[in-house]
Design a protein around this ligand. Structure first.
Ligand code: NAD
Ligand code: TDX
Length: 339
């Protein structure tokens, strides 16, 4: 099997590429990534000399390049992860999200259709369902009701993907997962940002009252689910993936402070994210029942391992938080910390 992974230098993508090389050693992985601020080849240093990992720097919106890669590497299937992925950035500037997430996905689907690929796996998100009240879970039949420019762009890509199956017969599978955490997550997202700030004795900016709930999924558990969905998912099928680990943001922040031995006085409640979704919670019973997936990590174990990874890999996150990213980061936090 030759698989084209898009966004393979990002957080989930780089974990997935490594997962595939380890657990599906016969497969060749072609990794197409534009290397935006969120993409980092350093995440894949251990595969530098691996002949079955082919890195190509490029944009998913470049149809000529996609056609060429499919032909040159005899690609059988696409696992599509490349995206602009941060909700706060989509509030600051939606356009990049429409270009990458909506138009970029469509370019890949067109290329897949014309090349008659055997499968197109679309990595969508639970955010397409919108926000839950205090009870209930998202199932695969929950109506889509996205709130932010990010989640609306993902919902568009998700629906266009399903339309390609319905209209053209392309073999697609869509996965909708909850919040991932683990090694190599860019420190703009809640868990790595709070670890990095705590270690630097900087304030930990908690949006609103800190009681918004996310349902946490360890990234390798997610990669295992994506691999099963690619291999065994039903054509046109949608699969929710979640770790059954609902936590309020403030609980997580306090767990991180305790893990690194820093005081809760570092917590700073700041102005809420506009349109902030209150609660996400996933019913993952379909993928468990139909594809035999089970997550291997409890949240407590996974978070402890993640904190340790950030402690052991300080140069990695200090480097990614410097340079152009630092300008964005500092301006955002100067603004937020006033609130
Ligand atoms: P990330 O931001 O860490 O990585 C995204 C990667 O895509 C980067 O390497 C970037 O360089 C690349 N990329 C962006 N635009 C590109 C383009 N036009 N062409 C080629 N490459 C491009 O994101 P992530 O957290 O790893 O998320 C991966 C996927 O999973 C995304 O589709 C995201 O919507 C989805 N997802 C993420 C989470 C989560 O908790 N992180 C949860 C649900 C769904
Ligand atoms: O500084 C912060 N303070 C804070 O309170 C940050 C960065 C976040 N938060 C809150 C907002 C959310 O309620 O923490 C929660 C998690 O925030 P993010 O890490 O930004 O993730 P979220 O907005 O939930 O989206 C993530 O999960 C779904 C990913 O970024 C998406 O790509 C994915 O689709």
């Amino acid at each position: 099997m030759n698989v084209l992974v898009t966004g393979g230098c990002g957080f989930i993508g780089s974990n997935l590429v490594k997962y595939l090389r380890k657990h599906r050693p016969a497969w060749t992985v072609v990794n197409l990534d534009k290397l935006t601020y969120a993409g980092n080849l350093e995440n894949l240093t251990e595969l530098e000399k691996d002949p079955k990992h082919v890195f190509v720097k490029g944009d998913i919106g470049n149809r000529e390049l996609i056609d060429h890669l499919i032909f040159q590497h005899k690609v059988d299937a696409i696992m599509h992860l490349a995206a602009e992925s941060h909700v706060d950035r989509s509030i600051l500037g939606p356009e990049a999200f429409i270009v990458a997430n909506v138009l970029g996905t469509n370019v890949l689907l067109e290329a897949a259709r014309h090349a008659k690929l055997s499968r197109f796996l679309m990595v969508s998100t639970d955010e397409v369902y919108g926000s839950l009240g205090p009870t209930g879970l998202f199932t695969e039949t929950t109506p889509l009701d996205p709130s932010s420019p990010y989640s609306a762009s993902k919902a568009s890509a998700d629906l266009i993907t399903l339309a390609y199956e319905h209209t053209f017969g392309l073999d697609v599978v869509v996965t909708r997962c909850s919040n991932n955490y683990g090694p190599y997550q860019f420190p703009e997202k809640l868990i790595p940002l709070m670890i990095a700030n705590a270690l630097a004795d900087k304030p930990l900016p908690v949006y609103g009252d800190g009681k918004n709930v996310r349902d946490w999924l360890q990234v390798e558990d997610h990669c295992a689910a994506l691999t099963l969905a690619l291999e065994k998912g039903q054509k046109g099928g949608v699969y929710n993936i979640g770790g059954n680990s609902e936590r309020e943001n403030i609980q997580i922040v306090k767990m991180i402070l305790a893990a690194v031995g820093k005081p809760e006085s570092l917590i700073k409640y700041v102005t809420d994210r506009p349109g902030h979704d209150k609660r996400y919670a996933i019913d993952a019973s379909k993928i468990k029942r139909e594809l035999g997936w089970t997550p291997a990590h409890t949240f407590e174990k996974g978070l402890a391992e993640t904190v340790k990874w950030y402690l052991d890999n300080r140069p990695w996150w200090e480097r990614v938080m410097s340079g152009a990213y630092k300008t964005y980061f500092d301006s955002q936090y100067a603004h937020r910390l006033q609130g």
